[in-house]
Design a protein around this ligand. Sequence first.
Ligand SMILES: CC(C)(COP(=O)(O)OP(=O)(O)OC[C@H]1O[C@@H](n2cnc3c(N)ncnc32)[C@H](O)[C@@H]1OP(=O)(O)O)[C@@H](O)C(=O)NCCC(=O)NCCS
Length: 153
Amino acid sequence: MSADLPAGVAFRLATAADAVRVAELLGAQGAQAVGVGPGISAFVIADSPAGPIATIALEILGGDALIRSVCVHPSWRAQGVGTALVEHVLTEAAMEAVDSVYVLSSAADRFFARFGFVRIAWSEIPFTITRALSQRGAAVPGATAMQLLLADP
Ligand SMILES: CC(C)(COP(=O)(O)OP(=O)(O)OC[C@H]1O[C@@H](n2cnc3c(N)ncnc32)[C@H](O)[C@@H]1OP(=O)(O)O)[C@@H](O)C(=O)NCCC(=O)NCCS
């Protein structure tokens, strides 16, 4: 699967100056906006000529990584931006020799399944990941835990 970006859209790493806009983008879509400020360096921003339209965060913790805060502004959905963002961070994770990527999905299980993520029990999430979630205050009640193995076991 490989997604082309809409014309004029490009990805870049977030900076501290993006924290408010990212929190607004996430909050307006009902997504969790906790921990954005301290964790802003983990974010990738999709910019349109008019400004940020989508975000994703990849937190790498040793051989594991956590995808968080995937959000595309409603007026930019269904144009491949979400797919391209996920592919972007999965490439980054592979380059950093990550073995497993995790995501907690509240309403996008089938979206993540397209990349090969499979549902797992919460008890299978490594402690480093659950600790990071807890430190971010990013509890996700009712979310589905999903895992993608990047490396052969
Ligand atoms: C989920 C989300 C990031 C997808 O972004 P997007 O840019 O619209 O996705 P794409 O255009 O790359 O869509 C790729 C495909 O996934 C499908 N898809 C999109 N969102 C989906 C969802 N929530 N569940 C299942 N499939 C979904 C699309 O229908 C499309 O399928 P197609 O290629 O067969 O037409 C976006 O809908 C969003 O921001 N949702 C609100 C926040 C959210 O739920 N984030 C996930 C956090 S767990």
